[in-house]
Structure formats: structure tokens, C-alpha cells
Design a protein around this ligand. Structure first.
Ligand code: 5GP
Length: 167
């Protein structure tokens, strides 16, 4: 396993993003939406770096295709929450082709939230197929399949405290 981003680098970046979000959303009804499964660890750490009151909900999105290639066909499971008039911030682990996020953002925007933005820990822009604005982004990474800090391959490696590339 090759380390791409260390645990210390992740922690430092999350403090910066948390401070920025706390500043930008002061006085709003902030709702974080954690996209499962990959962003559960990032969301948990980000919440503790945000110093203003906020709430969290979880959305499980399955994209069809193999474990390493996104097909763009997305299924959002059991998401009954109404986000109308909320300041919604979607928290994602990685934006790769952008197809999953495009679907999720469209689904949420149909409910007319007060605002809708995206925070992703990782940006793999080399494989982007659709334009997805990243309002908050941790790290731009090369076009490699990464694991750790919530990200898996066949459900393995999510527990690693760093982001790595499997040999
Ligand atoms: P999309 O291609 O639709 O932007 O990415 C969809 C999902 O594919 C991401 O949310 C993530 O779960 C998964 N994915 C994309 N690139 C990687 C990667 O490098 N490593 C891992 N573990 N998952 C990835």
C-alpha cells in the first residue's frame, strides 16, 4: 500500500474546511447530507470541525457498474427527508466521473432547498464526464483508484486512517 495523503494532512485540511463552512453558513439552518458509505468517516470528522449548530442526514446511493467503474445509473435508497428551505451541504468522499453526484444534486434541487452545495474530500478531475462544481474540496488527486478513510475496494480498507493506493 502506498500512502497518497497522510492522516495528519487529512486532519489539517478538515480543520481548514470546517472553519470555512462555519464562517459561510453562520446564521443558516445547515444540514449536512452524508453520502454513504464512503463519506461516513469524513462526515464524522468534518462535523467536529464545524463550530456552528448543524444537523446531519444520510443518503445511500448505489451506482450500478463494477466496483471500480461508475456507470452513471444511480439508485437513491429510502430517502424520504424533505430538504425544502434548508441550507443543504452534500458531503462526498470522492468525485470521479461526477455522474453519481450529478444525479444526487438534481434529486435534491428538485425539492427547492434554500441553498445546495457540495463538499468533497477528494477530486479526481482527470476522469470527470460532467461539470460538477466543488464548493469545498480537500485534495485534487491523480487518476488512480484510492482506498482508506472510508473508501473501499470490495468493502475492504475503509478503516485505514490515510488515503492510499493499493499495489
Ligand atoms: P463517480 O464516478 O460517479 O463520480 O463516483 C462514484 C463513486 O465511485 C464515488 O462516490 C466512490 O464511491 C466511487 N469511487 C470513484 N473513484 C474511486 C476511488 O478511487 N476509490 C474508491 N474506493 N471509490 C471510488
Amino acid at each position: 500500500m502506498q500512502t497518497l495523503i497522510s492522516a495528519d494532512q487529512i486532519a489539517e485540511k478538515i480543520n481548514v474546511i470546517g472553519e470555512q463552512i462555519s464562517h459561510d453558513y453562520e446564521g443558516t439552518d445547515l444540514l449536512l447530507i452524508c453520502v454513504l458509505k464512503g463519506s461516513f468517516i469524513f462526515t464524522a470528522d468534518l462535523m467536529r470541525a464545524i463550530t456552528i449548530p448543524h444537523t446531519v442526514e444520510f443518503l445511500k446511493a448505489s451506482s450500478y457498474g463494477s466496483s471500480t467503474v461508475s456507470s452513471g445509473e444511480v439508485d437513491i435508497q429510502d430517502f424520504t427527508l424533505n430538504v425544502s428551505d434548508r441550507a443543504v451541504l452534500v458531503v462526498e468522499d470522492i468525485v470521479d466521473t461526477g455522474l453519481t453526484l450529478q444525479y444526487i444534486m438534481k434529486h435534491l434541487s428538485n425539492q427547492k432547498p434554500a441553498s445546495l452545495r457540495l463538499c468533497s474530500l477528494l477530486d479526481k478531475s482527470a476522469s470527470r464526464q460532467v461539470d460538477i462544481p466543488l464548493d469545498y474540496c480537500g485534495f485534487s488527486i491523480p487518476d488512480a483508484f484510492v482506498v482508506g478513510y472510508g473508501l473501499d475496494v470490495d468493502e475492504k480498507y475503509r478503516h485505514l486512517p490515510f488515503i492510499g493506493i493499493v499495489d
